[in-house]
Design a protein around this ligand. Structure first.
Ligand code: C2E
Ligand code: MG
Ligand code: MG
Length: 436
């Protein structure tokens, strides 16, 4: 290599190294700092005793914007957003791009309220139309606010709190929200449950309990309901009402349902092998799962795998599932009922009850929610239970009373013509392992 070539090569290397150095601290698209650079700068620059506002800005539905306008326009939106944030940048403040469509503004404050005022200024600026190539588009944003050092002695933690405040804003349908510890705790709990639940499902650590359902006229057992129980090493006992809700929100609903269905079919196969008559076992199906084709497929596969009739299970759905009455829900309902599987509406009366679905849907019965059974001592409560039973009868549906705890409640339900009962009075849920 000649000396001039060497010089040229060194020059190119220097430029490349500078570029790498630049990208270590900057976002390549917008030229803003990245989060690591913001932390570094803050550490060298902030003055003791000074309060700072951390504004965490998130563009709503940015993935939809990307789908609608394409990658190039979406990138221009981000560049323009960065420019508008800079145009509104207060003195001695820092701005960073921290995620695809997320930005953080860090500004010194005299009063906490100044953070809200600046957030409002930013929103007003970002609400102005974006004129890009041949497109005109608008975006909406949410801003979460954390305060340093009030919400944490390390800036990193305050940024996390501000990110949690964005979720709070979205949750409440607001555009701006301050960090709220109670909401943050519930988010952390949700995440902890999600993580531990995935492990529990994988390691088969969820237990199935069965609670009897009885025919009210003679209190003979007509079947059972499968109920999940979970004792986690770290979280302790987590109630199914809590972890099933988290499972639904975190995309684990199908796994949970399949776990229970498989266990119940397996249990029934063992009963069959021992020469016992099989009583139907009702499985609760999460609402997001019921409109999926995988549900009937999985049920038929289980019946085949364990060589038991498919109708040894029943299904319980909540009113929320039926509210949508979309095609997939109706189709699944028909397929499953045609196979002889009985379907019940769970917790009847607590959701969005509508006469339309009693008329249109092919279900077999209603489970009267335990809150109504509990109120049967009062004339009004008794009247309500009576009304639900009459409504079911008029619709050709059977009724199952939930949460029956006393003989008096049981007797009254018989008088009112309720068909079945379930509750501590007849039997508490028992672990499947104790029943084999
Ligand atoms: P659910 O399906 O309405 O189940 C009835 C709940 O009432 C159960 O609570 C049961 O233990 C409780 N219970 C039964 N008899 C009595 C009684 O006499 N008095 C009182 N106070 N309670 C009684 P659990 O097991 O805590 O389950 C709560 C909810 O969690 C269930 O309500 C169901 O929505 C959901 N869940 C439970 N297991 C599963 C499951 O395997 N899959 C799905 N998707 N959801 C489940
Ligand atoms: Mg149920
Ligand atoms: Mg119920």
């Amino acid at each position: 290599m000649s000396p001039s070539d060497e010089k040229q090569a060194q020059l190119l290397l220097d430029i490349a190294l500078k570029e790498v150095e630049y990208l270590k601290n900057h976002d390549g698209l917008t030229g803003l700092h990245n989060l690591a650079a913001m932390f570094k700068t803050f550490a060298n620059w902030h003055s003791a005793g000074q309060m700072y506002g951390v504004l965490y800005l998130d563009i709503n539905h940015f993935n939809l914007i990307e789908q609608m306008y394409g990658h190039e326009i979406s990138e221009q939106i981000l560049v323009e957003t960065a420019a508008r944030l800079q145009a509104n940048q207060p003195k001695h403040s820092l701005i960073a791009r921290v995620g695809s469509d997320e930005f953080v503004v860090l500004l010194p404050l005299k009063e906490i309220e100044e953070a809200h005022a600046h957030a409002n200024r930013l929103l007003a600026s970002l609400q102005q139309k974006y004129y890009l190539k041949n497109n005109t588009c608008s975006i909406t944003c949410c801003i979460g606010i954390g305060i340093y050092p009030n919400n944490g002695s390390a800036l990193e933690h305050v940024v996390q709190k501000a990110a949690s405040a964005v979720l709070k804003a979205k949750h409440d349908g607001l555009t701006i929200a301050y960090y709220q510890p109670a909401f943050h705790r519930s988010l952390c709990r949700k995440l902890a449950i999600d993580q531990a639940l995935r492990v529990a499902i994988q390691n088969q650590k969820l237990e199935i309990f069965l609670q009897p359902k009885v025919r009210l006229h003679d209190q003979s057992v007509s079947g059972y309901e499968a109920l999940l129980r979970w004792d986690d090493n770290t979280l302790g006992t987590v109630a199914p009402a809590e972890f099933v809700k988290v499972a639904e929100q975190m995309g684990l609903a199908t796994e949970i349902d399949q776990y229970v269905l498989d266990a119940v079919f397996k249990f029934q196969a063992r009963q069959q092998a021992s020469g016992l008559t099989l009583s139907p076992i009702a499985v609760n199906i999460t609402s997001s799962h019921f409109n999926s084709q995988t549900l009937p497929d999985f049920i038929f596969e289980c019946a085949q795998k364990y060589a038991v009739p498919v109708n040894i299970i029943e299904l319980e759905l909540t009113e929320g599932t039926l509210m949508h009455r979309d095609k997939a829900v109706l189709q699944n309902m028909d397929t499953l009922r045609d196979a002889g599987i009985r379907i019940y509406i769970d917790d009847f009366g607590t959701g969005y009850s509508s006469f339309v679905y009693l008329r249109d849907l092919r279900v077999d019965g209603l489970k009267i929610d335990q809150s109504f059974v509990r109120e049967m001592d009062s004339e009004r409560g008794l009247g309500l239970v009576h009304a639900i039973i009459s409504l079911a009868k008029a619709s050709g549906l059977v009724t199952i009373a939930e949460g029956v705890e006393t003989e008096k409640q049981s007797d009254r339900l018989v008088e009112l013509g309720c068909n079945y009962g379930q509750g501590y009075f007849y039997g508490r849920p028992k672990a499947i392992t104790n029943l084999i």
